[in-house]
Design a protein around this ligand. Sequence first.
Ligand SMILES: Cc1cc2nc3c(=O)[nH]c(=O)nc-3n(C[C@H](O)[C@H](O)[C@H](O)COP(=O)(O)O)c2cc1C
Length: 158
Amino acid sequence: MAIKINVLVGTMTGTAQLVAQELELTWDDGETQVETLLMDDLDASVFAREGVFLICTSTYGQGDVPDNAKKLYEDLQAKRPDLAQLRYGVFGLGDRTYAETFNFGGRRFDDLLTELGAQRIGERVQHDASSGVLPEEMASEWGADWLKLARLAAEQAA
Ligand SMILES: Cc1cc2nc3c(=O)[nH]c(=O)nc-3n(C[C@H](O)[C@H](O)[C@H](O)COP(=O)(O)O)c2cc1C
């Protein structure tokens, strides 16, 4: 079965975008169609799109979502749409040096989407910039397994 994956990118300095590009290379074939969107001008209506979603976001400030993700995050908080049909995954980027707020960007989206009725596919990933592991490498390894779970979720929803 063909599936569509919408990757929504929250980033300050482009690392999450590199991860999204890597995932697109890993996933995009005849059967899996991937569309990557920077969060910049998105609002809650983006979740009306067909397919499953991947939130790929870093963390800034004191555990905040990056600036380009704020509009989407705040719109979801304000409108609180019913997202019971939504299936999503989270690839979070952060740095354990920020021990109190490690990976809170991805966690905030995860918590909010769950509150709104959406169901996560797989575990939330937490990349650690201080670990020495390249986020793109982590993404391509993780992405192969996540795709299997996303396919199952899409088949169950069909
Ligand atoms: C000013 C600043 C604040 C940050 N705050 C946090 C934080 O609170 N928690 C965390 O886990 N990582 C934090 N980080 C780390 C970034 O999330 C991490 O380096 C990430 O890979 C950056 O991805 P990006 O280039 O896509 O924005 C911060 C980085 C900077 C430069």
